[in-house]
Every structure is written in structure tokens, then in C-alpha cells.
Design a protein around this ligand. Structure first.
Ligand code: ATP
Ligand code: MG
Length: 427
């Protein structure tokens, strides 16, 4: 036998036993968004590398060390998308979706980051994200937070924590950056290597450092919120007041700056303490400058993204995933004649009863083998067609979940019988 080819590190598949969980989460999300006026957009997985450098920022973990970048056959530098926002904005600009319009969009799909693989941290992972364009007021942030908190409710997720901060306008941040750089420069010997590098290029991101040795220094740093003007704090306080009104619990975290460069005003993270170091489940905020930065006309943008793997891990931990759906019927057929009749009967049932779940035995097998498969399929009923049944125009029904119970009825009466049986079960 030839050597096996292994999967690429950090890029796990979703196996058949798990796909129902993914479909469950995705469909909850899809229904919630579609019914709230959001439309799906599907972006390419590959973009010009320049897009991510310009939007996410050169001095970020993602662009510095996590991107899958390569030259294509024409020598163009391309990158597998590490997140969805940049590509969504680029696509919206390219296709004239932003000019003088409001857009509420959502997307879902794989993202790629070359990170250290561990539980809840992969190199190919999946996000569901939302972006809204053309909304200047914080009501749109409120809508997003309400949507996410409703999603937690509908999924039955408990103990999600919402942390919020405001980054103000770019002018306010510029002022604050000077104050922050002054502060850090006075204590330069306490900075780690990453922070020294960021001091010149992106000092705000020092606040984002996860190095415990930096915690005290960061804890005593001047706070951005204290250096914002009335308009910015007013917006933020209004958002907080509305969250209070809707009884969405939050904490203000003045150190929260988010890893990406494009944010302004509102930033937030939904976290859990049940997934170890992989605590972030959903993150988002406002990024008004990005559209213009990517060559569009100045416009506003607000969005968030959540990690599906972490969401599903959490649902598993909290025992909140639904039982997989069982088939209603497994069709057992013995002989050519029975097979012919069987396929016709299955189609008749599917025509007559919406959403009925019928599995047809394929691959032959004797009675015992087929019943065994029927049982294993989880089906409620086995319908049985042998030579006798074919000749008499009847069909046998075996109750797979009730010991020994079996009846025989006319094929003509089958639809009525099954309809009743299913409505009893679901009703
Ligand atoms: P972290 O701090 O855990 O690295 P992040 O701030 O880099 O997260 P974002 O870029 O905000 O993450 O992405 C949004 C969400 O996508 C995260 O909250 C997380 O749930 C998920 N996510 C990010 N990176 C990964 C990954 N490598 N594997 C699995 N999920 C991820
Ligand atoms: Mg990260």
C-alpha cells in the first residue's frame, strides 16, 4: 500500500457525525439574520495581499506572521483570507454596493491563519460575520449586539460575557497616542520586545499585549476613555444606556483595543471562561475609515465576526446541541420486483408528505442484513416488501423502536397511514 497523505496541520475536516451541529448553528444564524433584513454575500477566498496589508495593518499579528501568502503563476502576490471584513468591503466597493446606499450583509466560511494549533485555534477555521454600511449612529451597533445576544438565547448558550470599549475618532486617538507613547517611553526598560517595536508604529496595540509581565505597566497606563471629547463619550454612553434598557449585561474594558487597525468608536468582544485561552467567541465594532482607505468614497461601516468552531465547542460543553434527526422510514426490499415497487412507493411518499425522511436500502442483502441496516439508521419504521407483499399489493410495517410490533396493510393505504404516524409523532 502507498503511504497515506495526511491532512495539513491545523486544517481539520468537519466529519459527518459533526455536520448536523454545524448546520444547526448556521441555520439558526441564517434565519435570525435573514429575518432582520440582512442579505448574504459570498466573497472569494483569495485576495491580493495588498488588501490585507492596507486594511488589517502591517503591524498586526495577522499580517506580520499569520498569513498564507504566495505568488501565483503570474507572479502576483495573493493571500488566503485571514478574515472576512477586508474582502467584504473590497467586494462591496467593486460592485457599487456602497454609494448612497445602506447595506446589511452577512457571510460565512473558512478563514486561514498560520497560528499555533491547539483546541479552539486552527489554521483553517470558520467565521460567521455581519457588516453594515451607511449607518452613522450607534443604533446599528445596538442592533448587532441585540442580534448576537438573541443568538446566544436561541442556542441556549449561557455565561457569555460582553466587554465593550470606545476608541473615539482618529483625531482623538492621535492625541491619546502621544500621551500613551510618552508614558511608555518613560518606562522603556519594562517593555517587552513586541511592545518596543509597536511603540513606534502602533502603540495602542501594546494595550492588547497578553504578556503577564506587561500587565502592571498596562494597568497603570493612561486610559483612552478619559481623553475623548464629549461627542464620542456621549455616543458611547447612549449605547450603554440602551443596552441597560434591553437588559444586555456588559462590562466596560478600557484596555480593549482589538487586534486590527481599522476600528474606531465602538469595539467589543463576547468571551467565555469555558474554553481556556481561546476565550474570544465573537468580536466586532465600528470601522468607518476602512471604506475610504480601500479606495471607496468615505462611508461608515460596522460589523462583527464569530468563530464557529469555538461556538460549537461551547455548545458541546454546555450540552446544548440538539439530538440528530432520525429518519422516519427505512425501506427493505427483497428481489427485483420488490425493488421496482419499492422505489415507486418511496417517491409516492416523498410527493405526498413534505419533509418525510425515507432511506431506501441500496446494495441488496438478505432480510436480516437489511433489517440490521434499518435499525442502525435510527429509523422509526421499516417498510418491508418481499415476494408475498408484491403479489398481494400489500406492504409490511415493522416498528423498529417497539419490540416485535409488525403489521401488514394495502399499499394503497400507505400514504394515509404514514401521514398519521408522522403527525402523531410530531404533533
Ligand atoms: P484570538 O484573540 O483568540 O486570537 P482574534 O482576536 O484573533 O482571536 P478575530 O480576528 O476577532 O479573533 O476573529 C473573530 C473570531 O474568530 C474570534 O473571536 C474567534 O472566535 C475566531 N477565531 C479567530 N482566530 C481563530 C483560529 N485560529 N481558530 C479558530 N477560531 C478563531
Ligand atoms: Mg488571533
Amino acid at each position: 500500500m502507498a503511504n497515506k497523505i495526511r491532512q495539513v496541520k491545523g486544517m481539520p475536516p468537519v466529519l459527518p457525525e459533526s455536520t448536523p451541529n454545524w448546520q444547526y448553528v448556521e441555520s439558526k444564524f441564517r434565519h435570525l439574520l435573514q429575518s432582520s433584513g440582512y442579505a448574504e454575500i459570498r466573497m472569494p477566498l483569495l485576495e491580493h495581499t495588498e488588501l490585507f496589508k492596507r486594511s488589517i495593518g502591517e503591524v498586526t499579528d495577522i499580517v506580520e506572521k499569520e498569513m498564507y501568502t504566495f505568488d501565483d503563476l503570474n507572479g502576483k502576490s495573493l493571500t488566503l483570507r485571514p478574515e472576512g471584513t477586508a474582502g467584504c468591503v473590497r467586494t462591496a466597493i467593486d460592485n457599487g454596493l456602497l454609494h448612497n446606499q445602506k447595506q446589511r450583509l452577512w457571510y460565512a466560511g473558512p478563514m486561514f491563519r498560520h497560528e499555533n494549533t491547539q483546541a479552539g485555534r486552527y489554521r483553517q477555521f470558520h467565521q460567521i460575520g455581519v457588516e453594515a454600511f451607511g449607518f452613522a449612529d450607534t443604533d446599528i451597533e445596538l442592533e448587532h449586539l441585540v442580534l448576537v445576544s438573541r443568538l446566544w438565547k436561541e442556542l441556549g448558550l449561557a455565561n457569555m460575557t460582553l466587554e465593550l470599549n470606545t476608541l473615539g475618532t482618529s483625531e482623538e486617538r492621535l492625541q491619546y497616542k502621544k500621551i500613551l507613547v510618552d508614558y511608555f517611553q518613560q518606562q522603556q526598560d519594562l517593555l517587552d520586545e513586541d511592545s518596543i517595536r509597536r511603540l513606534g508604529s502602533n502603540p495602542l496595540r501594546i494595550l492588547d499585549s497578553k504578556n503577564p509581565q506587561m500587565a502592571e505597566l498596562i494597568g497603570n497606563a493612561p486610559v483612552l476613555l478619559d481623553h475623548l471629547g464629549e461627542e464620542s463619550t456621549g455616543k458611547f454612553n447612549r449605547l450603554l444606556a440602551l443596552l441597560d434598557k434591553l437588559q444586555i449585561a456588559y462590562t466596560v474594558n478600557t484596555r480593549l483595543v482589538r487586534g486590527l487597525d481599522y476600528y474606531c468608536h465602538t469595539v467589543y468582544e463576547w468571551t467565555t471562561n469555558e474554553l481556556g485561552a481561546q476565550s474570544a467567541v465573537c468580536a466586532g465594532g465600528r470601522f468607518d475609515g476602512l471604506v475610504e482607505q480601500l479606495g471607496g468614497r468615505a462611508g461608515t461601516a460596522v460589523g462583527f465576526a464569530m468563530g464557529i468552531e469555538r461556538l460549537i465547542m461551547l455548545l458541546e460543553k454546555q450540552n446544548s446541541l440538539p439530538e440528530p434527526e432520525r429518519p422516519d422510514i427505512y425501506l427493505v426490499m427483497l428481489g427485483d420486483q420488490a425493488q421496482e415497487t419499492g422505489f415507486v412507493i418511496a417517491e409516492t411518499l416523498r410527493d405526498a408528505i413534505a419533509n418525510i425522511r425515507v432511506i431506501i436500502n441500496c446494495g441488496g442483502g438478505n432480510m436480516k442484513a437489511q433489517i440490521k441496516r434499518a435499525d442502525k439508521s435510527g429509523a422509526e419504521l421499516a417498510l418491508f416488501l418481499g415476494e408475498d407483499e408484491v403479489n398481494s399489493g400489500q406492504i409490511s410495517i415493522k416498528y423498529l423502536r417497539e419490540e416485535g410490533k409488525q403489521i401488514k396493510i394495502d399499499q394503497q393505504k400507505l400514504v394515509e397511514f404514514i401521514r398519521k404516524h408522522i403527525s402523531q409523532r410530531t404533533g
